[in-house]
Design a protein around this ligand. Structure first.
Ligand code: ADP
Ligand code: MG
Length: 236
């Protein structure tokens, strides 16, 4: 189903969704994410944290910041209300000092248990159209460029193959006593992302970095979704 939130934001000319919005539309499409809620002051952040349970993560919410930790905009593993209040104040001050205005508030989400980090993304290729990307997280994707691609729509066997063909796949099979990752959950995530992209042609880019892969399940703890600006008269 096409996302009504994406349709509205696209009609308003928005290019970058906030993490809160990105996770909302992805969750609606069945992609597992740590849901994030917007707080506009420290008290609101504490109220959300009290409701969802500790530990929590706070992140800056802005439509102009693509990489939140680069500007000091992420605070992990906050164990109680006092930690949340203090993190809210220092996070907003740090980000404002780095980038100036444009901070809408702070998002609150559950702290996910550690898993094997993978990255999943989508870009639009001028020739092939939307393409889904899969890779192992961190150094493997950044330094070794160890990623696989498939054109949307993905079939089951595409999702299976693209996970298995990255060199880092051995990490997902279990190593040094680590249990193997839930490959079926990663396959499902890729297939749901593919369906989401098919149903929402306004989406120009998706970046789920990182996704934590577990022995049981997988979850995206960060999500970036960008929209294409509608074509102007000059383009036609
Ligand atoms: P950035 O915009 O800088 O990529 P992220 O949202 O990816 O910010 O957060 C930075 C890092 O913090 C992630 O790579 C991940 O290791 C960790 N992280 C973020 N959100 C969570 C979460 N909900 N639970 C656990 N770790 C998280
Ligand atoms: Mg990230």
């Amino acid at each position: 189903m096409a996302s009504s939130l994406i349709a509205r934001l696209a009609s308003e000319g928005r290019v970058l969704l906030t993490e809160v919005e990105a996770k909302q539309v992805l969750a609606e499409a069945g992609v597992p994410v740590t849901r994030a809620e917007l707080a506009r002051d420290p008290r609101e952040a504490v109220a959300i944290a009290d409701r969802i349970g500790y530990p929590v993560v706070l992140k800056v919410v802005s439509t102009t910041i693509a990489h939140k930790s680069d500007v000091g905009g992420v605070a992990l593993n906050l164990g109680d209300a006092r930690a949340v209040e203090a993190a809210y104040v220092s996070l907003v001050a740090t980000v404002r000092a780095a980038v100036g205005d444009g901070v809408e508030g702070v998002s609150v989400q559950p702290m996910a248990r550690p898993g094997i980090e993978v990255v999943v993304g989508m870009t639009r290729d001028p020739q092939f159209g939307p393409v889904v990307m899969f890779g192992l997280g961190g150094v493997l994707v950044e330094v070794l460029d160890d990623v696989s691609f498939r054109v949307v729509p993905l079939a089951e066997r595409d999702a299976r193959a693209m996970i298995r063909e990255v060199r880092g796949f051995r990490l997902l099979e279990g190593y040094r006593g680590h249990p193997p990752a839930d490959l079926r959950a990663l396959e499902k995530l890729l297939l749901r992302l593919s369906a989401f992209i098919e149903e929402n042609p306004a989406v120009s880019e998706v970046d789920l970095n990182p996704v934590f892969a577990y022995p049981d399940g997988a979850v995206a703890v960060d999500a970036r979704v960008a929209l294409a600006l509608p074509h102007t008269e000059e383009d036609r």
